[in-house]
Design a protein around this ligand. Structure first.
Ligand code: SAH
Length: 262
């Protein structure tokens, strides 16, 4: 599908994400602690009509749009800053036979507003695009039809970390970076939205996201021993499993929240 690219899109071909992600998440179809099964549960839970337009900012390798186009007949546009993930998304669309229903734009999604309004506007695990959750909800709302649904994928504390050091171990900058689940839900209410659905990660789905990075890194190291980036990847592979098991797996939750304006 060819979409007209809105003037709000920064499509500079040099736009990209840090290299570590394209090594550690090279074989991921879903770049979040949510499994294919949970993504399918979410798609079914939303009761999507055939032909619903879906916008996805930070669409990664396109798994949500491609599978929902196949399973629910949605029409989708994804915007992502990674050249590799965007290329993978286009290949996945062809593989699932939905290339006529979804399009993927390689661009920085900061400030991105769709030319034609959508029934579902999503940002899963990339809310820095709008400067945080509130700003991203505001940005997505500008592309949404009245009565449409916003999807936000965001971390929360499963258990409050006992110290700022433990929060840093979860790769947060501070405990104040995230809320507990009831507070996160309450914050959506304060922004004027009903939370109408949610699908949450669990420790097993976190493992599918995090532990899959380790094999990606190991296989990359074995294939690229002389690469100038190899020392960085080696350090990460040596330290990540223990860091993850100690901190993220214990303290960090993650979920997708479906919101409708009150
Ligand atoms: N929503 C996808 C990807 C989540 S990972 C999924 O669930 O699989 C975060 C994604 O945001 C990555 O694909 C990364 O390339 C993308 N990204 C990061 N900053 C971005 C920006 N400013 N604009 C567009 N995409 C961005």
């Amino acid at each position: 599908m060819t979409d007209t690219i809105p003037a709000s899109a920064n499509t500079d071909s040099t736009v990209d994400i840090p290299r570590i992600f394209t090594v550690s998440e090279s074989a991921h179809r879903i770049h979040n602690p949510i499994t294919a099964e949970k993504l399918a549960t979410l798609g079914a839970a939303l009761r999507l009509d055939v032909g619903t337009r879906v916008l996805d900012l930070g669409s990664g390798s396109g798994e949500m749009l491609c599978t929902w186009a196949r399973d629910h007949g949605i029409v989708g546009t994804g915007v992502d800053k990674s050249q590799l993930f965007n290329a993978q998304a286009k290949r996945r669309a062809v593989e699932l036979g939905v290339a006529a229903r979804v399009s993927f734009i390689h661009a920085d999604a900061t400030g991105y507003i769709a030319d034609e309004k959508v029934g579902v506007a999503a940002c899963l695990g990339a809310t820095w695009i709008g400067g945080g959750m509130a700003g991203t909800i505001e940005l997505l709302a500008r592309s949404l039809i009245s009565g449409g649904t916003i999807l936000i994928g965001e971390p929360y504390w499963r258990q409050l970390p006992p110290s700022e050091e433990a929060a840093k171990g979860c790769l947060a900058t501070a405990i104040s970076d995230f809320l507990m689940l009831p507070e996160l839900i309450a914050s959506c209410g304060s922004l004027g939205y009903d939370v109408v659905e949610m699908v949450l990660a669990d420790q097993d789905s976190w493992d599918r996201y995090e532990a899959a990075k380790w094999l990606n890194m190991r296989q990359w190291l074995d294939a690229n021993p002389g690469d100038e980036f190899a020392a960085d990847v080696r350090t990460k592979l040596t330290t990540e499993p223990e860091r993850y098991a100690t901190y993220t797996r214990e303290y960090l939750g993650w979920g997708v929240f479906a919101l409708m304006k009150r």
